[in-house]
Write a protein of this length. Structure first.
Length: 320
């Protein structure tokens, strides 16, 4: 098993009714550029006795998310006899921020995220966690996981992308605003139109993430215990980094080079990312299975049980 004693122990946020799965370890991994990334690893119940599992799940969150939000999903993969590893992307959750203002989503380039993923693959997953490796990414995590498949073709056995951030409905407007802000504003300023919430909660009735009230409020309860788990809004730098990654993914022949077998979960009522752009890009993948959900919002992993049941049926068929 992985030796955690060489790493700084990381905190974990739990509520009375929502706790980290058993046999889990959270710690800080220090990157080559000296940034602390919070990592969590969980083992199936009998792993310490049998040292047997079906493989490893790398489960990566979306923009403005954090490890704790996925405790339920982590447990569900553990129940399927997988080891699970996940980490907070730099700039969010409990990983180091890139600027002094803790509330702003800031990254100069998604290459930083690529590098962090590559380091954790090379220094933790490959030497210490068993194959096969399945990469699972939601939203921004799906976009970055797709890049991970491209950069590490031989390392991932399968991939699962949930509402991957491959485009927005209002992209032309965002590009126009971003271009203007390049002239008149700093990289660290909030992007015009991003509607920073300044720490205020969005009530369930106005959310665009899920139709499941209890799971939505569960996430709110975690944030109330530790408000810095969340960010208030995106910066100009973040918007430019997203646009640059879209340009790369949309290059002719880029997606077509990814041989990994990938399951794409696409929500037709998604108001955060563009379901049509997800389909357009996914159809270019040589080895894909696209599953559409006609009645779900952005976060299928956080949806009502009736939708999650269908999701898990598709995932189980895919991974088995």
């Amino acid at each position: 098993m992985f030796d955690y004693s060489q790493y700084e122990k990381a905190p974990v946020i739990e509520t009375k009714d929502f706790k980290s799965p058993k046999n889990g370890y959270l710690f800080f991994y220090k990157t080559l550029d000296k940034k602390k990334i919070r990592v969590g690893i969980w083992y199936p119940e009998n792993y310490t006795k049998t040292f047997s599992s079906k493989g490893t799940i790398l489960l990566q969150q979306g923009h403005n998310e954090f490890i704790e939000k996925y405790f339920e999903v982590i447990q569900e993969f553990l129940n399927r006899d997988f080891i699970v590893i996940c980490f907070d992307w730099r700039g969010q959750g409990m990983s180091d921020r890139m600027i002094d203002n803790q509330n702003k989503a800031y990254i100069k380039s998604f290459k930083k995220h690529d590098n962090d993923l590559n380091e954790i693959l090379s220094n933790i997953i490959e030497p210490y966690l068993p194959e096969p490796l399945i990469g699972v990414g939601h939203s921004m995590g799906g976009c970055l996981m797709l890049s991970g498949f491209y950069n590490n073709i031989e390392k991932f056995h399968l991939g699962i992308l949930s509402a991957p951030m491959l485009g927005f409905r209002n992209e032309k407007f965002l590009r126009s605003v971003s271009s203007v802000m390049n002239i008149f504003a700093k990289d660290t300023d909030y992007l015009i139109g991003s509607k920073p919430n300044m720490g205020q909660e969005t009530p369930y009735e106005k959310n665009d993430l899920t139709t499941d009230r209890s799971r939505y409020k569960r996430t709110q309860s975690l944030v109330r215990l530790h408000p810095n788990l969340r960010l208030w809004g995106v910066t100009n730098a973040f918007a430019k980094a997203v646009n640059e990654r879209f340009k790369i993914i949309r290059q002719e022949g880029w997606v077509e080079k990814i041989d990994t077998k990938i399951l794409v979960l696409n929500n037709l009522k998604d108001r955060v990312v563009d379901a049509k752009k997800i389909e357009t890009t996914s159809l270019r993948l040589p080895n894909k299975k696209i599953v559409t959900f006609p009645d779900t919002e952005h976060e299928i992993f956080m949806e009502k049980d009736i939708h999650r049941k269908k999701m898990w049926q598709k995932i189980d068929t895919f991974i088995n």
